[in-house]
Design a protein around this ligand. Structure first.
Ligand code: ADP
Ligand code: MG
Length: 254
């Protein structure tokens, strides 16, 4: 068979197997590989295909995960938040807490980087091949209610089955007794099975008021905190950073 025919057949088979990256680089690798054994060439092509697919998988997961922004931990300025325990935060990035099905709770006032830290952990988990899901408390409650009203357990839903779920902004809006029960069930279902990251602007002691049922609050916190790392951020808002400096300059000029 002529070389052209072989190349055509290889291309057709690559397309059928959806090996797109190999299709793209095949001729270039063949040209540059005259002295390499066929095994080495085969290895190079497969490595490229796998790397390319992996990158596409991460990009797609991130796109559909509902993240409010995509920022890694390398973009987090620890110098801006000197009271934050950097070592404690960085130790989470080995993802042991997910393998052990533990939880992380970020507490602190608005703008202190709670969502940023949660998002960067989520990106790391996604790169490690774990399933991820991002939601806010308000959004989650809406979804749990819909499942409940339709008599569904929602086992196949991302917020129930993902290895890592972020529930952002717990405490921004109060919830009633029924909603509180649904949230408890959500947490109890994930307990010791999969990891949840919670961010909240309210201290645990304020959760009672928020959930309007002290018994359920205790039950939620009991499950949530049993295997958990709590990161309390006490510091200024990054969002107000520039504004505060500007105001200070203006005041000192007066
Ligand atoms: P929170 O969830 O605590 O209200 P966010 O994580 O949403 O705060 O942070 C608000 C904005 O400021 C985001 O764009 C985030 O990336 C940025 N930000 C917060 N803290 C830092 C920091 N220490 N270094 C860099 N960017 C930060
Ligand atoms: Mg936030």
């Amino acid at each position: 068979m002529s070389n052209t025919l072989v190349i055509d057949r290889v291309r057709a088979n690559l397309a059928r197997l959806k090996l797109r990256r190999i299709g793209d680089i095949l001729e270039m690798v063949m040209r540059a590989s005259e002295e390499k054994s066929s095994l080495v060439i085969f290895d190079e092509l497969l490595e490229e295909e796998v790397a390319c697919r992996e990158q596409r998988r991460v990009e797609t997961s991130v796109k559909i995960s509902g993240l409010p922004f995509v920022k890694g931990i390398e973009e987090f300025d620890f110098a801006f938040q000197p009271n934050l325990d950097r070592q404690k935060v960085m130790s989470l990035f080995d993802l042991t807490f997910i393998r052990q099905r533990g939880n992380v709770i970020f507490l602190g006032p608005p703008g202190t980087g709670k969502t940023h830290l949660a998002v960067s952990l989520m990106l790391k988990a996604c790169q490690a091949g774990m399933s991820i899901y991002f939601t806010t408390m308000e959004d989650l409650i809406g979804k749990l209610k819909k499942d409940h009203e339709a008599g569904r357990k929602g086992r196949a839903r991302g917020y129930n089955k993902s290895a890592l779920v972020i529930v952002d902004e717990v405490g921004y809006t109060p919830i009633d007794r029924g909603e509180c029960n649904l949230f408890f069930r959500f947490i109890a279902n994930r307990y010791e099975k999969a990891s949840t990251i919670i961010t909240s602007n309210k201290a645990f002691s304020d959760w009672t008021e928020l959930f309007q049922d002290p018994i359920i609050v205790t039950a939620v916190l009991d499950r949530l905190l049993h295997h958990s790392v709590v990161v309390n951020i006490k510091g200024p808002s990054y969002r107000l950073r520039g504004k505060m400096e500007k105001e200070e300059r203006e005041v000192s000029q007066v």
